[in-house]
Design a protein around this ligand. Structure first.
Ligand SMILES: *Cc1c(COP(=O)(O)O)cnc(C)c1O
Length: 226
């Protein structure tokens, strides 16, 4: 299958999930996660009409940005070390993995514009997953009001890798509930409209639960590297 064929297939699944849940397709952004593929393949994704690319490692981000540049909208979706912030901050459009004050402080310091950020939340309780505990999120977002270069545009989570749909769905539901609570606080620095949730395995459930940003790697662009 070519990337274009994968993309068409995924778009039709998105369309069906939107119909099931009474949503509009244009509320949903597909971020092609290129962490397992070459620069060449990432470039093919752009040629296939994909606009948004996501990387979880600094090196992958930099090497692909160097070639593809501003043709794409760039999402940083992985754990980000504070001391590496300066290396991506001018080029990144969205950061999906804001999960601690030290990182917020560094983003604020290194940037000369507002950076749209998602707060990463650990909705599954798995120790292996990054992100804030749900009960920490409100206070964390309030303190981000001190940082003029950070705008909280949404929340991000990863569901566990399991066949149990209910477990996955509950993670997504709890992220949406949290998002709704934050919106009710009406904070200028945290409009928090978006939900970044859903990957190759579980994006249809994520749409049904309100996802606005799907992060899809393997089933869209494939897996070439480890
Ligand atoms: C790798 C990754 C994805 C995409 O995973 P696939 O299962 O390949 O679709 C999404 N989000 C994050 C944070 C990732 O690291």
């Amino acid at each position: 299958m070519t990337i274009k064929e994968n993309y068409n297939q995924i778009m039709s699944q998105i369309n069906e999930a939107c119909q099931r849940s009474n949503r509009q397709e244009d509320e949903i952004t597909v971020v092609a996660v290129t962490k397992y593929v070459s620069i060449e393949t990432a470039n093919q994704a752009i040629k296939a009409g994909i606009q948004d690319l996501g990387e979880n490692r600094l090196e992958g981000f930099k090497e692909k940005f160097e070639v593809i540049g501003k043709q794409a909208t760039w999402h940083f979706i992985g754990t980000l070390q504070s001391r590496k912030v300066k290396e991506i901050i001018d080029d990144v459009d969205y950061i999906h993995s804001l999960d601690r004050k030290s990182l917020a402080k560094e983003i604020n310091k290194r940037s000369n514009r507002k950076i749209p950020c998602f707060i990463q939340v650990n909705t599954s309780g798995e120790e292996s997953k990054h992100g804030l505990q749900p009960e920490q999120v409100n206070d964390f977002i309030k303190l981000l009001g001190d940082y003029e270069n950070i705008e909280v545009v949404g929340l991000m989570t990863m569901a566990p890798l399991t066949e149990e749909q209910d477990v996955v769905r509950n993670c997504f539901k709890s992220l949406r509930n949290l998002r709704d609570q934050i919106q009710e606080m009406n904070l200028n620095h945290a409009p928090c409209h978006y939900l970044s949730m859903g990957m190759s395995q579980d994006f249809e459930v994520a749409i049904e639960e309100g996802a606005t940003h799907l992060r899809i790697g393997t089933s869209l662009v494939g897996k070439e590297l480890q």
